[in-house]
Design a protein around this ligand. Structure first.
Ligand code: GLP
Length: 242
């Protein structure tokens, strides 16, 4: 695992956007696994600036979703599909036909999870998977004690994660869905390059457990230690307990 400490979130965003740009120059139709939350926003902003300046062409990139709420209509502003459309697809000039994600509105959620897991493999696998990290060490929506071999499946959010995410739902935790679909940890580990960004002091404990703790299901992000090409980018605040 490679750990890179950067001064702040903007520098982390720039570093990772440049890695994505280099990948797209080598492989214009790369499959990029993208994450939601506030952490990756500087990455998307930096990548958008590169596209606007002509430094990279992202129009042939393919985008794969990491996780999704169950039960939110696809056009709900906080469904992760909508968020990614707003933050990634539209700014980078990528059409919905190049987007793949799990169906959080499916009546047979289990079948939707299996179909998405299969679709990722059939698409050739994810070239670069962006990850954020929850304050409890979760990646995607794999909460603590998720199996390190898990595949895409339905999960129940912890109260802490629902509280953390309430800010996207007008601060009202009751509006945050209880259930989600997430790529499993085993699924995530199949991406060729994993890039986790963590910023802010509230992530310092989770970062320390991820980087210096044992590989253990209590900290799902520690599974990155098992991956042959994992990069953890942290700002100084998130690195403060290393
Ligand atoms: C959610 C997402 C994760 C994300 C986490 C942290 O739980 N499912 O992918 O990493 O939030 O979010 P933030 O970056 O806003 O702290």
């Amino acid at each position: 695992m490679e750990v890179v400490i950067v001064p702040d979130a903007a520098a982390g965003g720039e570093l990772i956007a440049e890695a994505m740009a280099q990948l797209l120059r080598r492989r214009p139709d790369a499959l990029l696994g993208v994450a939601t939350g506030s952490t990756p926003v500087p990455i998307y902003q930096a990548l958008k600036a590169k596209v606007r300046s002509g430094a990279v062409d992202a129009s042939r990139a393919r985008i794969a979703q990491l996780d999704e709420y169950v039960g939110l209509p696809a056009d709900h502003p906080e469904s992760y599909r909508s968020v990614l459309h707003r933050q990634v697809l539209e700014p980078l000039g990528i059409g919905m036909n190049a987007f793949m994600g799990p169906d959080g509105t499916a009546t047979d959620v289990q079948a939707a999870c299996e179909a998405y897991d299969r679709a990722l493999t059939e698409a050739g696998g994810v070239d670069l998977q962006l990850l954020g990290i929850g304050t409890d060490g979760h990646i995607g929506f794999n909460e603590p004690c998720s199996s390190l071999a898990s595949r895409t499946r339905i999960k129940t959010l912890t109260e802490q994660t629902r509280i953390d995410n309430a800010r996207f739902f007008g601060g009202d935790v009751r509006q945050v869905p209880h259930h989600v679909i997430t790529q499993g940890i085993g699924t995530i580990l199949e991406a060729r390059h994993l890039v986790l960004l963590a910023t802010g002091e509230n992530k310092a404990d989770a970062v320390a457990a991820t980087v210096e703790g044992p590989v253990a299901a209590v900290c799902p992000a520690s599974a990155l230690q098992l991956h042959p090409h994992a990069t953890v980018v942290v700002d100084e605040a998130a690195a403060s307990k290393l």
